[in-house]
Design a protein around this ligand. Structure first.
Ligand code: UN1
Length: 515
């Protein structure tokens, strides 16, 4: 192993030679298929992870259920205290975990650390929530009666997360789920097992110190068979899935068919709209980060850019300059802005989309090919690309599909209504942003005839949401909501309780049953 990699792994006590256990259910184990974690920057194998066999998945799930049976009785503020300790433990390892995200996923240092920060932030939020997960008292129409709506723990929550946010998205789910009194079992992306092992180790320490079962936050690494076992199990009340629309559809249908609950975070196809009155000194860097940040591999990445005719030429010229200035580099090196794509499959998606742009005679303003000189021979580096497809028919696949790569397609519009129509004309509905200084545009944009996405920004890019509001998208993005806002309400089962404390037993609606 290179010293670059072994330094990051040893700082988190991950073995640097040999095999790593990929299952945690109170004990570390794993005797299933070996899964290699491959570094996107150098191509080296970082570790060989021993994944869960079907039996181990089943045992881990049963342990998680048992853990739930005791954990649910811990008062919510005491669960909050556990979350506070998890928060501190993560914060102590912020830099180390951030570096592991950069090493294994490929995102740059500040974003890797930012992801751990996002987990820390949601823990803070959930600590507060643990004292505020209030139900309510409802006025009863019957004398001597009270009606309560009580939030009770839900059960076992399975979190199926994606490679692009291998830490934060689990964090959103774990924090709310634990605050709500549930036990959680995590199936991470098969290509980022080490991030999940490191995070689970940190949490396991805290649980152990508090004499709580480790399976409160269980882990099963593996391929689609492990995911399917969780999705199809009646022992899982809620499946929180982040990934493609294709797999999300399968997960949604499978869980619905057994009357389970889902939270789906699927594809985004996010647009930025720039009005002629926009402050371009904000809009250009905003679109640049939205489209090139994380090498275009956020669900919230900016994929479509709609420019008003009056500023289009100037905007594109300035944006192009920024694109051309960006050099690929090792994501672990402080000043790198562009890391590799996550894996070869991602590079293939980039390549085939570039080919397709060629076949439809799109004008490619920059990018469109590999770097002549990439920092590492075997790294998955690609040039960020801006293209102007000839057609603005949003039904064309160049506009209507999510391409998980740093490719930005631009078009020119004449009035805001047209741009909003384009914004809303795709199947996905995750994030969108409008750049303007005119309050009338803002009102339209955030209102009934405005953007139909779950995240609707003004003078802020499509990506990089804070944890405080609920995060999620509409339409084929799956309608899921995670993180802040009212998202916690999905992690509980609501009990509507009518309590009669009178000496009479009147029926509601004045019904008289003859006695
Ligand atoms: C994702 O890409 O799956 O808003 C999540 C953002 C991040 C989360 C993205 N806070 O870009």
């Amino acid at each position: 192993l290179s010293s670059r990699a072994s330094g990051v792994l040893s700082a988190l006590n991950i073995p640097t030679n040999g095999e790593v256990n990929g299952v945690y259910d109170g004990q570390w184990r794993g005797s299933g298929k070996i899964m290699e974690s491959v570094c996107p920057t150098t191509g080296e194998v970082l570790a060989r992870v021993k994944t869960a066999t079907p039996e181990e998945t089943e045992v881990a799930l049963q342990r998680t259920r048992e853990a739930y049976a005791s954990f649910r009785n811990l008062p919510a503020p005491r669960r909050g205290e556990i979350l506070r300790q998890i928060r501190t433990a993560l914060s102590d390892k912020r830099e180390e975990l951030g570096a592991l995200v950069s090493l294994e996923m490929g995102k740059i240092k500040t974003e890797g650390i930012g992801e751990v920060q996002e987990f820390i932030d949601i823990c803070d939020y959930a600590v507060g929530l643990s004292r505020m997960m209030n139900g309510r008292v409802v006025a009863s129409e019957r004398p001597g009666h009270s009606i309560l709506e009580v939030p009770n723990p839900l059960g076992v929550v399975a979190v199926l997360s994606a490679f692009n946010f291998p830490v934060a998205v689990y964090g959103w789910n774990l924090a709310l789920s634990l605050a709500a009194g549930n036990a959680t079992i995590w199936k991470p992306s098969p290509t980022t097992p080490l991030c999940s092992i490191a995070v689970t180790s940190v949490i396991a320490e805290v649980l152990k110190k508090n004499d709580l079962p480790g399976a409160v936050a269980g882990l099963v690494t593996g391929g689609s068979d492990v995911g399917e076992a969780l999705v199809n199990s009646h022992d899982v009340e809620l499946v929180s899935f982040t990934g493609s629309e294709r797999v999300g559809r399968l997960v949604g249908q499978a869980v619905a068919s057994r009357f389970g609950k889902t939270i789906l975070e699927l594809g985004g196809n996010n647009a930025s709209i720039v009005m002629p009155d926009a402050d371009l000194s904000l809009a250009i860097p905003g679109v640049f980060f939205g489209s090139v940040g994380t090498a275009g591999q956020r669900c919230t990445s900016t994929r479509r850019l709609f420019l008003h005719r009056d500023i289009a030429a100037e905007f594109l010229e300035k944006l192009r300059k920024l694109y051309l200035s960006v050099e690929p580099g090792d994501p672990l090196v402080q000043d790198t802005l562009l890391g590799p794509m996550h894996n070869k499959a991602a590079v293939n998606v980039y390549d085939s989309t570039i080919d397709y742009l060629g076949s439809i005679n799109a004008e490619v303003l920059c990018g469109g090919k590999k770097f002549d000189k990439a920092p590492f021979e075997a790294g998955n580096f690609v040039r960020p690309t801006i293209a102007l497809p000839k057609s603005v028919n949003m039904k064309d696949k160049i506009w209507s599909t999510e391409t998980f790569a740093p490719i930005l397609n631009a078009a020119v519009f004449d009035d805001l209504e047209e741009a909003i129509e384009w914004n809303n004309a795709v199947p996905q509905g995750l994030s969108s942003s409008l750049w303007t200084r005119d309050i009338r545009n803002v009102g339209k944009w955030i209102g009934p005839s405005g953007s139909d996405t779950g995240i609707v920004n003004v003078n802020a890019g499509t990506s990089g949401a804070e944890i405080g509001a609920s995060f999620g998208g509409n339409k084929s993005t799956g309608w899921g909501r995670e993180s802040g806002g009212d998202a916690w309400k999905q992690y509980v089962r609501w009990s509507a309780c009518t309590i009669n404390f009178s000496d009479d037993a009147p029926l509601a609606q004045g019904v008289n049953f003859g006695i």
